[in-house]
Ligand binder design. Structure first.
Ligand code: FES
Length: 88
């Protein structure tokens, strides 16, 4: 795993803009989902299933169901730390 003193960059594909840059703090719970991390930091994430993995609306980076992956898992598989949201 990478050092956590980094930031998640949230990019909107519709707007072609950087929506937010969110610092990753060291005290985050390991079970925190990427979706809940983004929501807690003011990023709108579409969802109609409440995060149980059936609506597919929380899809990020075209392949990642953000409710079904923890922030730490996302960091491990995405060294760029970039989140792309199609509808923002
Ligand atoms: S919130 Fe419904 S699949 Fe993630």
């Amino acid at each position: 795993m990478q050092s956590l003193n980094q930031s998640i960059t949230v990019a909107g594909l519709a707007s072609q803009k950087i929506i937010k840059i969110i610092p990753i703090t060291n005290n985050l719970p390991p079970e925190l989902s990427l979706m809940n991390f983004l929501i807690a930091n003011g990023v709108t994430i579409a969802s109609s299933c409440g995060g149980v993995g059936v609506c597919n609306k929380c899809l990020l980076n075209r392949t990642v169901l953000s409710c079904q992956i923890t922030l730490l898992e996302f960091i491990d598989i995405n060294p760029s730390l970039r989140v792309e949201i199609s509808y923002l």
